[in-house]
Design a protein around this ligand. Structure first.
Ligand code: SAH
Length: 233
């Protein structure tokens, strides 16, 4: 049976998918780590959803590249999935035609936008272009947008982030995809990301305000599209 792992950062992003697919909570993926596992069978496929879990010290979800890296590593070690899909929310750009609730698939790669190392070789390593599955047919079939998704450790954006995103044609900004893709590439597990837009980066409204206002809508939209996607992979 095809085994698909969905890796997600926040409980609030994941809960509509857990509900829609009636996934069963299985507790911690790999104690004492905080990642939580939900599993179920859906249309003949084994679906495992791993959420990064809560930080004991600060009481919030383990968002960002560190949680995502550990989550991807343990997901592969424990579950040996045939495909990894990183689903979540992200910032989009009006200049690239994005609107709140739009859903993007990664293509042709994901990369980092905030790892600057001005040394030969390490400059490209820092950005890290990790190839994704070819999602072009899926995007046209499911009527989803397509583009380079870039990852960093911050919710806000700096001039340097913008310039790196521009050089690598990045049009979707978030905090996990490239970290997960890096691990998936080392284990040769096919990877793609699907991201629903909660905020528009190139507008006047502060990102955090827009994010919180649209998180629930974008997560519902994400859930609908993830379920359609699972029918096709
Ligand atoms: N304060 C928020 C935390 C959200 S952090 C809360 O606790 O509710 C942002 C999360 O959403 C990350 O997992 C990231 O991948 C995604 N995200 C959405 N919009 C983003 C943006 N504009 N930039 C970076 N990450 C974004």
């Amino acid at each position: 049976m095809t085994s698909i792992a969905l890796i997600m950062a926040m409980d609030e992003e994941a809960s509509p998918i857990v509900k829609a697919l009636s996934l069963e909570p299985k507790g911690y993926l790999c104690p004492p780590l905080p990642m939580c596992l939900y599993q179920g069978e859906w249309h003949g496929k084994q679906i495992s959803l791993v959420v990064s879990g809560k930080c004991k010290r600060y009481g919030v979800d383990h968002i960002g590249p560190q949680g995502a890296t550990v989550s991807a590593l343990k997901t592969i070690e424990v579950l040996s999935p045939s495909i990894i899909i990183n689903a979540g929310t992200a910032g989009g750009f009006v200049k690239a035609g994005a609107a709140i609730g739009d859903v993007y698939l990664s293509f042709p790669y994901v990369c980092f936008h905030d790892r600057r190392v001005a040394l030969p070789g390490f400059d490209r390593y820092g950005v890290g272009e990790y190839t994704c599955m070819d999602t072009r047919e899926l995007a046209s079939k499911l009527n989803l947008k397509l583009g380079v998704i870039t990852t960093g450790s911050s919710l806000d954006i700096t001039d340097s982030d913008i310039s790196i995103m521009n050089s690598y044609n990045g049009i979707v900004k978030e905090m996990e995809a490239a970290a997960i893709a890096w691990v998936a590439e080392m284990y040769q597990v096919p990877f793609m990301a699907i991201k629903s837009i909660t905020d528009l980066v190139d507008t006047e409204t502060p990102t955090e305000e827009e994010f919180l206002k649209n998180l629930s809508l974008a997560s519902e939209k994400l859930s609908k599209e993830v379920i359609k996607l699972l029918g096709e992979v």
